[in-house]
Design a protein around this ligand. Structure first.
Ligand code: FE2
Length: 138
């Protein structure tokens, strides 16, 4: 069970909502893995969720990066680099490997994604928080 925690809230509604959506999608993957019965083929569903997660992540990063530009966020280069790195890591996942042991592989991906997201929010997103709030981003 993956749940949103208040400590990850920036106090900027649009961005908090997007972060919650990412966590909700990760939760879908988690539910799928938890509920999978031995030998069940969950490949298609897993790929579907991972694609949705990737698309939404790209959308969310673009949203943040446009604001970095608009308000000339001093740490934007390092932050954007973190975004790019994650997107290329997700895109380089070899989904064919999923066929071998779907649940084990899925759990590995899930663990990686969840720890990345929470670490990124608390370590990097909080660095633009004051600027965005000052600029009136909602
Ligand atoms: Fe970010």
């Amino acid at each position: 069970m993956i749940e949103w925690e208040q400590q990850y809230e920036l106090g900027i509604k649009s961005i908090d909502d997007q972060h919650k959506e990412l966590v909700r999608l990760a939760g879908r993957l988690s539910d799928l893995l938890i509920n999978a019965v031995e030998g069940e083929d969950i490949y298609d569903e897993m790929v579907e969720i991972l694609n949705a997660l990737t698309d939404y992540t790209v959308y969310h990063f673009k949203y943040e990066e446009d604001l970095f530009e608009k308000y000339d966020f001093a740490l934007k280069t390092a932050h954007v680099e973190e975004h790019h790195k994650l997107v290329s890591q997700i895109q380089s996942l070899d989904l064919r490997a999923v066929d071998e042991d779907q649940v084990t592989y899925g759990k590995k991906i899930l663990k990686f994604l969840i720890s990345w997201v929470f670490k990124h929010i608390s370590g990097s997103d909080f660095l633009y928080r004051d600027l965005f709030i000052e600029k009136g981003v909602q």
